[in-house]
Design a protein around this ligand. Structure first.
Ligand code: NAD
Length: 389
């Protein structure tokens, strides 16, 4: 077995109803917190938010609510949150929502305690220090794994650039994963966030830096996504499917924290950076068939193994034949969950590609892809992701 590192210090409270324990868990860390909450939840799940706030108050935790959160979080919103955190003298940040709210909370925890702005602490710039405020996550989507990852993704709108912080200080002190909080997620968001779980685990599994520890949890999570995502898309109230996805998502965050993503994230992230209406999951779904076609020959056994999880009838096929059918299997799965899409569907044209391609080539993720793309390869992957291709 090759040697590897594995680090996961987050205290996890997993299971239906665990949101009621928020106050007690937070009180062990701080008596005053910034409570960063997705504003949509204040409308569609107001009672759930109230339960969490009541739990904080009952435990003697004073909270300052900040709900200026946007999907694909922006630096501006993060800086406003950091200013409020400093003004109120909070000692921790609690984020409740999907990846957008929790990543906003994580970036605020850095920006409130460090000179400059959060943009100065991207993964290739300065490192956030242990001065970072403790972070508590209450996830309400199953997709980004941010509750167990060391990442915060956000966009600098002035530069049209979406990028990320990546540091151990961004690992949450506590993560509360309560599948009852996810039953209100609409079908399209369930599909796109759920597909994101698949991408985190699959890309960590095929990554040239993968390890035994991550391989086994990645495969476990992939099985859960394949069996439960179509169920949750069709019936959002199915709690067993929501639980399966919530656990797969939590495992996926550990894959991200210990290995990480490959080509599709390098290609997809700049799509949302330049076209913020394209959700993270959609930006990945649009790239996946062309990425798979480009990559499968570089990791035949692993592509074959996952192709067989999608389609057990491939058990009798050779590894080569099973791996070659992966692009078709992924296309069928995306159609099953209603997420199959092409760049044209978002109003993107080949003329828009130059800045997207430039940013894609700047991301390090592709270096762990089993076949490392040149700029021409990456351009072809985008071009093959249009309908006419
Ligand atoms: P999101 O947080 O943007 O939420 C998607 C939509 O669902 C929003 O409109 C939100 O208001 C709504 N929503 C959230 N919870 C809901 C609920 N319980 N009921 C009804 N509606 C609900 O989406 P996301 O996919 O969770 O996060 C996306 C962000 O996370 C992107 O910026 C992406 O790049 C980033 N990301 C972060 C990591 C990481 O490790 N930090 C990994 C991958 C992606």
């Amino acid at each position: 077995m090759k040697s590897f590192n594995y680090y996961q210090p987050t205290r996890l409270l997993f299971g239906a109803g665990r949101r009621a324990e928020t106050g007690a868990a937070v009180r062990e860390i701080a008596d005053i917190v910034l409570f960063v909450v997705d504003p949509t939840l204040l409308k569609v799940a107001a009672a759930r938010v109230a339960e969490v706030e009541e739990s904080l108050a009952a435990a003697g935790v004073r909270y300052v609510r900040f709900s200026d959160v946007v999907p694909n979080p922006t630096l501006d919103s993060i800086q406003r949150g950091a200013e409020l955190a400093r003004k109120e003298g909070v000692k921790a940040v609690v984020g409740m929502g999907g990846g957008s709210a929790i990543d906003t909370a994580k970036a605020i925890a850095v920006a409130a305690t460090h000179p400059g702005t959060a943009w100065d602490y991207l993964y290739f710039k300065k490192k956030p220090t242990s001065a970072t405020l403790p972070i508590v996550a209450i996830s309400t989507t199953s997709g980004t794994g941010t509750q167990t990852s060391k990442v915060s993704v956000f966009t600098n709108t002035a530069e049209n650039c979406k990028s990320a912080m990546w540091n151990d200080n961004l690992l949450c002190r506590v993560a509360i994963v309560d599948p009852e909080l996810m039953v209100s997620v609409p079908p399209r968001v369930t599909a796109s966030t759920g597909f994101d779980i698949f991408t985190h685990t699959f890309e960590s599994y095929i990554n040239t830096g993968a390890s035994e520890a991550v391989d086994s949890i990645a495969l476990d999570a992939i099985v859960r996504v394949i069996r439960s995502l179509p169920v949750a898309v069709a019936n959002g109230g199915n709690l067993a499917a929501r639980e399966d996805l919530a656990w797969a998502d939590t495992l996926a965050g550990q894959c991200l924290a210990n290995v990480g993503t490959t080509l599709p994230h390098a290609a997809g992230q700049p799509i949302s950076g330049h076209f913020p209406k394209v959700s993270h999951g959609e930006s990945l779904a649009v790239i996946y068939p062309a990425f798979a076609e480009f990559t499968w020959r570089g990791a035949v056994a692993k592509f074959a193994k996952v192709a067989r999880l999608f389609n057990p009838a491939l058990a009798a096929a050779s590894d080569e034949a099973a791996a070659a059918s992966f692009p078709l299997e992924i296309e069928k799965f995306l159609k099953l969950i209603g997420l199959y899409c092409r760049l044209d569907d978002f109003g993107i044209t080949p003329d828009d590609l130059a800045p997207i391609l430039k940013h894609a080539m700047e991301f390090p993720d592709s270096q762990g892809n089993p076949v490392v793309p040149s700029e021409d390869d990456m351009r072809n992957i985008y071009l093959r992701s249009f309908r006419a291709a």
